[in-house]
Design a binder for this molecule. Structure first.
Ligand SMILES: *[C@@H]1O[C@H](CO)[C@@H](O)[C@H](O)[C@H]1NC(C)=O
Length: 149
């Protein structure tokens, strides 16, 4: 196989792979968060938001996880279908007035809007159990290392 053919094949595979499993880069996530004014939102800085997103999804925007109660968690912030979004499968309060599928969009807009609502609802980021376990009270500034926004 020629080198050129190999390279074009390899880049094809890469594109397919990204479309199927879109895991965003840390600084890419930081940039999108910054554009949507998350830095300082409800007293949480970008490093807090990055830690939250990483422990919840590993920056995998298409992550869906089923919970023991039959509800599902969607997207980069693993937003729950019982309270926050409608997945048309089980009862939902749909407090964010959004389809859960939209929370899988790689532009993060719907996820960020809904996350803003969640942190404003009382309890802040303590609404996310993994935040409490892995981010709360820890030094987090290194999450922004090398990100030039
Ligand atoms: C991202 O999440 C999807 C849906 O849960 C999963 O199928 C996929 O394997 C995940 N990708 C990675 C790289 O973990």
């Amino acid at each position: 196989m020629t080198k050129a053919l190999f390279l074009s094949l390899a880049s094809c595979l890469l594109v397919v792979n990204q479309a199927k499993f879109p895991v965003l880069g840390r600084c890419e996530v930081a940039k999108l968060m910054s554009q949507e004014d998350l830095d300082g939102y409800e007293g949480y800085y970008l490093s807090d938001w990055l830690c939250l997103a990483f422990v919840e999804s590993g920056f995998n925007v298409s992550k869906i996880n089923e919970n023991a109660d039959g509800s599902f968690d969607y997207g980069i912030f693993q937003i729950n279908s019982h309270y926050w979004c409608n997945d048309y499968q089980s009862h939902s309060e749909n407090l964010c007035h959004v389809d859960c599928e939209e929370l899988l969009d790689a532009n993060l807009l719907s996820s960020i809007n809904c996350a803003k609502m969640i942190v404003s609802s009382g309890g802040g980021m303590n609404n996310w159990i993994k935040w409490k376990l892995h981010c709360l009270g820890r030094p987090l500034s290194y999450w922004m290392t090398g990100c030039h926004l």
